[in-house]
Design a protein around this ligand. Sequence first.
Ligand SMILES: Nc1nc2c(c(=O)[nH]1)N[C@H]1C(S)=C(S)[C@@H](COP(=O)(O)O)O[C@H]1N2
Ligand SMILES: [Mo]
Length: 244
Amino acid sequence: MKLSRRQWIAGAAAAGVVGVAASKASLPPSSRGIFGVSDALTYAAHRVLLAHQPLAREFGRDMITPDFPVNGERSPGDPLYQQQRARKFADWSLSITGLVETPEDYSLAYFKSLPARTQVTQHSCEEGWSAIAEWTGVQLSRVLKEVGVQPEARYVVFETVDGWWDSIDMADALHPQTLLAYGMNGGELPVAYGAPLRLRVERQLGYKNLKYVSRMLVTNRVDNIKDGTGSNAYEAGFAWYAGI
Ligand SMILES: Nc1nc2c(c(=O)[nH]1)N[C@H]1C(S)=C(S)[C@@H](COP(=O)(O)O)O[C@H]1N2
Ligand SMILES: [Mo]
């Protein structure tokens, strides 16, 4: 019998559920509650289907959307952020803590000193629009290697200056297209798009791509952080895992 793509996905999801039953380790943080079942199914299916870390589609520069929409904050009111912005982020830093060898505050110059990756990708917002842009930054996998990520690490948690927080699992954290981006369309990352540093997680929906990242925590659990669901998106009615 030849399975259709849909049947195959359903089968993979079922296989994932068996896996989930066998090991609680593959349950997403928000697997309880109303969205719990579908969240767990999507997550399990994607982790089976995407086990080989396929790349999200990349485009030519001619495909870049001229007016990439801005969603949410355009310039966070936080006074420290505004001071840093006025000084062109020269004294900005990102705190990296948790399961790493060298927890520290890392400057923007530090991230720019690491090898850069540039990619033209499509951003898809859960509100129904999508747009293409070129992003330049350092691979999160490279940063994790530099700071000495410990083997028991399972999640990377991010906080932003405008009060958002979210987390991704190690499969997404180590994916080659997951970037801490400081450049957009060949220039500096503009303030409206999350300067000085934003997350690009190309295989998840728009809201996972946090702007204005200010803190990063490497951890083996998120159930002990805030409401235990792994992100503030869940509170707003969105799944923790937003794979596309
Ligand atoms: N810190 C922060 N990150 C955020 C948001 C936000 O409001 N604040 N909005 C999210 C949503 S819903 C989307 S679609 C994208 C929008 O990114 P853009 O403004 O660069 O288009 O950022 C995501 N990251
Ligand atoms: Mo969004």
